[in-house]
Design a protein around this ligand. Structure first.
Ligand SMILES: Nc1ncnc2c1ncn2[C@@H]1O[C@H](COP(=O)(O)OP(=O)(O)O)[C@@H](O)[C@H]1O
Ligand code: SF4
Ligand SMILES: [Mg+2]
Length: 406
C-alpha cells in the first residue's frame, strides 16, 4: 500500500503477508505510526485520500477485497467482517438511541422484523454484560460511560456472527481499570463465536496475553512474526526486544524502562530511507544494516524476524536504574488532613425545582451568590446534565462545599 507525497509514491505498508484461520487471534503490535490501522483500513477498503493498494492481494474467504464490487463489499462489511473502534464515544451516533442504532445495524444484516431485531439486540447487550439492557436500549451514547459504549459496540460487532473482527486499540480511550474487562469480553465473545480476530495494540504484553500469534510492525513492515509466547519471551528482532524492555513489569523491583531514541519514521522520512528502516534507532546496528534491507528470515519453524543479527538481540540489556536525586528537604509542600467534601442535596434541590426556581439553590453554598449568578450556573449545570436526573456529586460542581478538614 502506498501514498503519493509531493508527486512521489511512498510505500506505507510493505510486503505484509499473513494468513489468519477461524478462531485464531493475531495481534498487530507497534508504536504509533507503524501502519497497524492501515491494515484494518485496507481490509475495510477505506483508505485516506491519496492512499491506494499498489500491490499484493487481500483475500477474504477466497474473495479478493480490493477488486470486489462495492455492493458485495458493502454486504460483507459489518456483517461478515466487523470492526471495534478505538474511540467508542465518537463511534456511536449521539442523536440516536442505542436501540435505534442497533436496529439499523441489524436491519443492514437483513434480519427482518423489528421485534426479532429488538430481541437479538437485547440478547447481545446482555451477553456483553450490560446490566440493564432495556435502559441501555433507550439511552443515548452521552448517557453511558466509555466502557458501556465499548460494550455496546462489541455487542454490535458480534451480533451478526462475523467471521472476522478487527479491533483497533479498543481499550486505549478507556480508564485503565476497565481495560482488562473489555479485553476479557472481546476474548469471551471471540471464543463463543469462533471468530478470527485481529487485535491491534501498542502494548506487547497485552497482545501476548490475548493473542495466538503476534506480528510486530515497524515503519509499515512486519519486522517479527510468530507465536505470541515466543515473541514475548524470546524476541528475535531488536525492535521487539526494545518494546519488551520498555514495558513496565508488575513487580516491586525498581527497574528503568528502555527509552527508544527518536521516533518512528514518518511518510516523508520513509521515502528516503535505505537499508534496515530500524537502523537509526537500533542499539546493535552495524554498517551492513544501513546498506541492505534485511529480508524476513526464520529464527525457528514458525518464527520470523527481519534482522541480519537476531542472535545478538538478547544482548540488548535494560538501562541501569538512575538513582533518585537526594531529598532536598523533609518539609511538605502540600498537606491534606481529614478533608471531607459533601453536597447538601435538600428536597428543595430537585431537578425540577432547580430548573424553575433558581433561588432555591443548595443552602450549603457558603458564598453569597446573586439570583442571576444562580440562573447562569443552573443553565450551565443543566447543559452538562444527562436527560435523566442523576444524583451524582460528580455531575454537580455547584453547591459543593468542604465541610471538614484542612
Ligand atoms: N489520514 C492520513 N493522512 C496522511 N497520513 C496518514 C493518515 N493516516 C495515517 N497516516 C500515516 O500512515 C502511516 C501509518 O499510520 P497508521 O496505520 O495510522 O499507524 P498506527 O495505527 O500504527 O498508529 C503513518 O506514517 C501515518 O502518519
Ligand atoms: S538489521 Fe541491523 S539495524 Fe536492523 S534491526 Fe537488525 S541489527 Fe538492527
Ligand atoms: Mg492506529
Amino acid at each position: 500500500m502506498g501514498a503519493r507525497i509531493e508527486g512521489v509514491d511512498v510505500p506505507v505498508i510493505r510486503g505484509l503477508s499473513f494468513a489468519l484461520a477461524a478462531g485464531r487471534i493475531l495481534g498487530l503490535v507497534g508504536e504509533s505510526g507503524a501502519g497497524k490501522s492501515m491494515v484494518g483500513r485496507a481490509i475495510a477498503q477505506r483508505l485516506p485520500a491519496g492512499f491506494a493498494i499498489t500491490a499484493g492481494a487481500l483475500s477474504f474467504e477466497g474473495e479478493e477485497l480490493s477488486s470486489m464490487r462495492p455492493r458485495r463489499r458493502q454486504e460483507l462489511l459489518g456483517r461478515d467482517i466487523a470492526f471495534i473502534p478505538q474511540a467508542p464515544m465518537s463511534a456511536l451516533n449521539p442523536v440516536l438511541t442505542i436501540g435505534r442504532q442497533f436496529d439499523e445495524h441489524l436491519a443492514h444484516q437483513n434480519i427482518s422484523g423489528r421485534a426479532k431485531r429488538r430481541a437479538r439486540a437485547l440478547d447481545m447487550l446482555s451477553s456483553a454484560q450490560l446490566g440493564d439492557p432495556l435502559r441501555v436500549m433507550d439511552s443515548y451514547s452521552h448517557q453511558l460511560s466509555g466502557g458501556m459504549c465499548q460494550r455496546v459496540l462489541i455487542a454490535m460487532a458480534f451480533a451478526s456472527e462475523p467471521r472476522l473482527v478487527v479491533a483497533d486499540e479498543p481499550t486505549t480511550a478507556l480508564d485503565v481499570t476497565i481495560q482488562a474487562r473489555i479485553v476479557e469480553l472481546i476474548a469471551d465473545m471471540q471464543r463463543q463465536h469462533g471468530t478470527a480476530l485481529i487485535f491491534i495494540t501498542h502494548d506487547l504484553r497485552l497482545a501476548a496475553s490475548l493473542c495466538d500469534d503476534i506480528m510486530v510492525m515497524y515503519a509499515g513492515r512486519a519486522v517479527e512474526h510468530g507465536p505470541a509466547r515466543a515473541v514475548l519471551s524470546a524476541p528475535a528482532h531488536p525492535y521487539t526486544r526494545c518494546l519488551q524492555l520498555a514495558n513496565p513489569e508488575m513487580s516491586s523491583r525498581r527497574q528503568a524502562l528502555y527509552l527508544l531514541p527518536d521516533q518512528m519514521p514518518g511518510l516523508r522520512q520513509l521515502r528516503d530511507l535505505s537499508g534496515c528502516c530500524f537502523a537509526p534507532r537500533c542499539p546493535i546496528a552495524s554498517k551492513e544494516c544501513r546498506e541492505i534491507e534485511p529480508p524476513s528470515m526464520a529464527v525457528s519453524a514458525d518464527h520470523l524476524a527481519a534482522c541480519i543479527r537476531p542472535e545478538i538481540t538478547p544482548q540488548i540489556a535494560p538501562q541501569p536504574v538512575q538513582s533518585r536525586s537526594p531529598l532536598l528537604s523533609t518539609r511538605a509542600v502540600l498537606e491534606v488532613e481529614g478533608l471531607e467534601k459533601r453536597y447538601a442535596l435538600a428536597r428543595s434541590c430537585s431537578a425540577a425545582r432547580w430548573k424553575s426556581t433558581p433561588s432555591a439553590m443548595p443552602a450549603c453554598a457558603s458564598q453569597k451568590t446573586s439570583s442571576s449568578d444562580w440562573s447562569a450556573r443552573a443553565a450551565a449545570a443543566r447543559a452538562r446534565l444527562p436527560n435523566y436526573w442523576s444524583v451524582s456529586s460528580n455531575h454537580l460542581p455547584d453547591g459543593l462545599c468542604s465541610t471538614a478538614g484542612m
